[in-house]
Ligand binder design. Sequence first.
Ligand SMILES: O=C(CO)COP(=O)(O)O
Length: 214
Amino acid sequence: MFVLVNLKTYPCDPVAVAEAVRDVNENTDARLAVAPQAAHLERVAETGAETWAQHVDPIEHGSNTGHTLAESVADAGAAGTLINHSEQRLKLADIDGSVQAAERAGLETVVCANNPAQIGAVAALGPDAVAVEPPELIGTGTPVSQADPDVVEDAVDAAESVDDSVSVLCGAGISTGDDVVAAGDLGSEGVLLASGVAKADDPTAALEDLVDPL
Ligand SMILES: O=C(CO)COP(=O)(O)O
């Protein structure tokens, strides 16, 4: 299972969480990665943890003040990027452009979507993976894998019917190893989570709990 920890703009220490991700990753078969804010990418990547960006824009080098260029994210040490997170929504044409920008820069891509219909649409753009995250469950601590298992199974079916090479992750409210196992049982190849680790008093213990049953 892929466990991708999105730090959003939570007031945590991104380097400390990244060190926890790196250390826990060494003792599990799961794959762990962390997505800090763009300004923290380089410091986080220097820890040796697999580092992801939270977003890249559908742009190239040039006159794009204030945008996030995929090549700069890759130069800072990121291995991949989220695109179209529910808190950073894009138009379909811009999702397409961001996936192309990420691929041009050699970044792996996870495109987020709110529901199975959107998963089908974004899977058609050829990302490496898609992640279904019902917005109403994000940050609630109520795991999507228990609260809305159908949405995960339907997302897996939707992606598979469009392009069976696209992996499916799920997220929202995931915070325990049982939640991750339940996600896997529904056909998900990984989880995307934030508050369960970024707001934990002890991120290492939270990460160990997440991967313990895997
Ligand atoms: O948005 C999310 C991950 O990208 C999910 O957030 P929570 O894990 O806090 O519900």
